[in-house]
Design a protein around this ligand. Structure first.
Ligand code: P1T
Length: 419
């Protein structure tokens, strides 16, 4: 894109070189990368082992128009850069760019499109993503359509239009935990038209369990608000990629649009990511125990959890993921919203709240909370009923969590109280 570099600092070039050098020589595995990449003490005066928070909004230039490394903090700063390098390494990407939220990352990416373009999206997508496509992008003349991508890649290709510029995959999906075959879809779409960008929202799986770029995706998005930070104390998003041209365009858009995270938040995410591996192993262990317990429970109609053999795409799960997080969706018997509410209301350890992926267990009703913006008809078709319950299983003692669920289910289904 002409003008992308000339109209701003030479930052994209410098950063590209910086990040690329690091990613072209991956030294170690994710546990080690999360702790060391971008964190070299030698880069800080005084050799700080923990990266300092650089709050400066602006940086001295030795001559007008000749910044040393950074010029204005929206364009880049030391704390953000060390986080972006670290994030790229854990996703096995060459480049990572951070934004003020997951949706901030999506919005910035939208500026790669123009009026008349088309987005082909998976049908069961995070409510806020669907809302952005349907309500905001439509106003800008960008069309979107939503299809089931859990079947096979030819269905996706069939729905491509000459104007399709972006294929949006979320896998596993929020909240129904449907899977899409990233490798098959990316291969088929790129064969059809290599210029179409294939993006995977990897928020639910995390970089620990799934690396979409290795499977042929062009772009990966994370809501870092969730597992990647893991402490429910930062709202942030990121885009990761290997393609240098996409990186330069998005790097320009990052500073031109300005939906950037604060250095303090970057510091927190950089800290949170250090324990990604241990957290994810425990989220998976706890998630599996809770899902297995729920699956045999007399008051539970259906449990959706990809690591369970009962998941309709369990084979695909085994093919493209090395495990899964603590996200479980369930229908109680009768699928009544009142019963679901009584269940949530009686839980002591699971907090009723939106969001997911923190160390604490959360629970919610997607139809009235995170996915209330999905048109009712669309929700019905997908199976996001008023009674659907989504759990984010945290890191508490798993038996305590199961005891909490047991007591709340007993309460919700007790005939005397249910009247
Ligand atoms: O909240 P934010 O950091 O802007 O991220 C948006 C987002 C993107 N992708 C997925 C898969 C998500 O789940 C989210 C945010 N989701 C919730 C807040 C939620 O409770 O589902």
């Amino acid at each position: 894109m002409e003008g992308y570099l000339s109209s701003g600092p030479q930052k994209a070039d410098k950063d590209a070189e910086n990040q690329k050098n690091k990613q072209e020589h991956p030294r170690t595995r994710i546990e080690t990368d999360a702790i060391h990449v971008g964190q070299e003490p030698e880069r800080w005066p005084g050799q700080a082992v923990v990266p300092p928070i650089s709050m400066a909004t602006t940086f001295k230039q030795l001559e007008p128009g000749k910044p040393v490394l950074y010029e204005y903090s929206r364009c880049g700063n030391p704390t953000r850069q060390c986080l972006e390098e670290c994030l790229a390494s854990v996703e096995k990407a060459r480049y990572a760019l951070t934004f003020a939220s997951g949706l901030g990352a999506t919005t910035t990416l939208m500026f790669m499109l123009k009026s008349g373009d088309h987005i082909l999206s998976i049908d069961d997508v995070y409510g806020g993503t669907g809302r952005l496509f349907r309500r905001c992008m439509a106003q800008m003349g960008v069309e979107s359509s939503f299809i089931d991508m859990s079947t096979d890649a030819s269905t996706v290709v069939k729905h491509l239009k000459p104007t399709t510029r972006l294929v949006w995959i979320e896998t596993p999906t929020n909240p129904l935990l449907k899977l899409a075959d990233i490798e098959q879809i990316a291969t088929a779409v790129h064969k059809h038209d290599p210029k179409i960008m294939v993006l995977v929202d990897n928020t639910f799986a995390t970089a620990y369990f799934q690396n979409p770029l290795k499977l042929g995706a062009d772009l990966v998005l994370h809501s870092l608000t969730k597992y990647m930070n893991g402490h429910s104390d930062v709202v942030m998003g990121c885009l990761m990629m290997n393609n240098e041209e996409y990186y330069k365009q998005l790097s320009f858009l990052q500073y031109a649009i300005g939906a950037v995270p604060s250095p303090f938040d970057c510091y927190l995410v950089n800290r949170g990511i250090k324990t990604l591996a241990v957290r994810m192993k425990q989220h998976m262990a706890n998630g599996l125990r809770v899902a297995t317990y729920l699956e045999q429970h007399k008051h539970v109609e259906r449990v959706i959890y990809p690591p369970l053999e009962s998941h309709p795409q369990h084979d695909l799960y085994k093919k493209q993921m090395s495990g899964f997080s603590g996200m479980i969706s369930i229908y109680l018997k009768g699928d009544e919203v009142e019963k679901s509410k009584r269940f949530l209301g009686h839980l002591k350890l699971f907090t009723t709240a939106e969001s997911l992926g923190g160390y604490e267990s959360l629970i919610e009703l997607p139809a009235v909370m995170t996915h209330a913006s999905v048109p009712e008809e669309h929700r019905r078709q997908l199976g996001i009923t008023d009674g659907l319950i989504r759990l984010s299983v945290g890191l508490e003692d798993v038996q305590d969590l199961i005891d909490d669920i047991e007591a709340a289910l007993d309460f919700a289904f007790s005939s005397t109280d249910a009247k």
